[in-house]
Design a protein around this ligand. Structure first.
Ligand SMILES: [Zn+2]
Length: 107
């Protein structure tokens, strides 16, 4: 992912509307790229900061951004683990089917 693509995804990330694969690539890019990280911080501060000002609760936004980055990362890990789990489940299900079929043939 290049900077242009990452920048386009920033608003989606802030809104929490991003599919897993895009989020993973986005986070990988932001980690390596200081200018996109900066852009993300600014947009996050502006977007969330405005909401918070209305609520009268505009402190610790930087902490909140890093918390959100960590949360997104752990969500990705959980989803990947789930997908891997499903894959194993399918393999096991297929093995069982094959076993049952061969057993039937031998009987
Ligand atoms: Zn970048």
């Amino acid at each position: 992912m290049d900077c242009k693509q990452a920048e386009k995804l920033i608003p989606d990330f802030i809104k929490g509307e991003m599919e897993t694969r895009a989020a993973k690539q986005f986070l990988e890019h932001v980690k390596k790229c200081p200018s996109c990280k900066e852009e993300l911080s600014i947009q996050f501060l502006v977007t969330v900061g405005m909401e918070r000002l209305e609520d009268g609760d505009a402190f610790n936004l930087n902490d909140e951004l890093s918390a959100r980055l960590q949360m997104a990362e752990s969500h990705i890990k959980i989803r990947q683990r789930l997908q891997r789990g499903l894959y194993y489940f399918e393999v096991i299900a297929m093995l069982i089917v094959i076993l049952v079929m061969t057993t039937v043939v031998f009987i």
